[in-house]
Write a new protein. Structure first.
Ligand SMILES: [Zn+2]
Length: 205
């Protein structure tokens, strides 16, 4: 079985509880410490086996084989990737059955993040997530006063839009955000705008 490690939690000194995103489930497994175990880090894609045992109420994580990406040792790229996976864990941790969309999104993202600014890739992935969940509102209506936005706008968590007069925050040009929401592409945005959008993503998916 293959999956992405979204979360680890240390227990009893060296053992770990590990949450792994697979196509249909966020699996929680128990990893007993042992010198022969491959390292388990948030952000890694691994091949593994889940073994049920009387020793533990959780299935045991065994036969871990890391599946490397070409960019995994690029510190900055891997850092932003990990940040996104931590946010995804918080977003999915209470969901029982998952749509394969989330696993496939990480498959695509792991491929595209190798080629451009990691924050751009992750913002584009987040737009796909919002669209998939029916939370991307391309009509650009202010969520405070419920009136359409004509020129500039500010953005809140989940990329909700508001008039700068209704909600304090950095103003974005309406046409740029419209383009972003319709195409899921950051090509029309400069790096300073990407940094601002990334700050909003970090508030939570
Ligand atoms: Zn308004």
């Amino acid at each position: 079985m293959q999956g992405y490690i979204l979360h680890t939690h240390r227990v009893k000194d060296e053992d770990l509880i590990v949450s792994i995103l697979t196509p249909h489930k966020l699996k929680t497994l128990y990893r007993f410490y042992g010198a022969r175990h491959a390292s388990v880090h948030i952000g890694y894609k691994i091949d593994f086996e889940a073994i049920h045992s009387a020793k533990s109420s959780l299935p045991m994580l065994r036969e871990v084989l890391p599946l490397a990406f070409s960019w995994i040792f690029e510190k900055e790229r891997f850092f932003y990737w990990q940040q996104f996976l931590k946010l995804l864990y918080k977003h999915l941790k209470d969901v029982n059955e998952l749509d394969p969309f989330y696993f496939e999104l990480l498959e695509d993202t792991a491929h595209t993040i190798a080629k451009q600014n990691p924050k751009r890739t992750l913002i584009e992935s987040y737009l796909q997530l919002l669209y998939h969940e029916g939370r991307l509102h391309t009509e650009l209506v202010c969520f405070i006063c419920d009136k359409p936005i004509q020129t500039n706008l500010t953005l809140k968590r989940s990329f909700l839009c508001a008039h700068p007069s209704c909600l304090f925050g950095v103003a974005f040009a309406r046409n740029k955000i419209q383009n972003l929401f319709e195409t899921h592409s950051t090509i029309a945005l400069d790096d300073s705008e990407i940094d601002l959008l990334w700050q909003i993503v970090q508030e939570g998916l």
